[in-house]
Design a protein around this ligand. Structure first.
Ligand code: HEC
Length: 111
């Protein structure tokens, strides 16, 4: 029984990971290349800035998803990027979806 439960949990985790990746690929990569900063800072760079401020996964995911829900100059971590590329536009996403995407970003080594 407990083995089954572990398998089930693993399976759910895998599904969630895949979904986060799909959502990221479909909605963020247009502007955020994984490693090259083109029309926006690369996700590798964004992640590094967020990691330097939020080491804990829950803080990282919370701050990032709140910010993307409502991009704001005042709370932006990347002031130079805001100047260079101008503020990221607001995208119409649910908070849950942004949590999944931010979790994927936290867990992924962009290279
Ligand atoms: C239309 C282009 C565009 C799309 C699509 C986009 N971004 Fe951005 N994003 C930007 C630009 C430009 C910046 C740099 C300026 C800024 O920080 O506002 C940025 C900055 C960020 C930052 C750093 C904000 C800060 O604290 O300064 C995060 C986090 C972020 N994006 C996450 C995402 C995620 C997650 C997605 C997908 C759901 C996404 N972005 C989709 C253009 C985009």
């Amino acid at each position: 029984m407990s083995k089954l439960f572990i398998l089930f949990t693993l399976f759910v985790n895998m599904l969630q990971a895949d979904e986060g990746e799909l959502l990221f690929q479909g909605n963020c990569v247009t502007c955020h290349h994984k490693t090259r900063s083109i029309s926006a800072p690369s996700m590798k760079e964004v992640k590094a800035v967020y990691l330097s401020a939020f080491i804990e996964k829950k803080d990282f995911v919370h701050y990032m998803s709140e910010w993307v829900l409502q991009p704001n100059k005042g709370s932006a971590m990347m002031n130079e990027a805001v100047k260079k590329y101008s503020l990221m536009p607001q995208l119409a996403f649910e908070k849950d979806v942004l949590n999944e995407i931010a979790t994927y970003i936290y867990q992924t080594d962009f290279k």
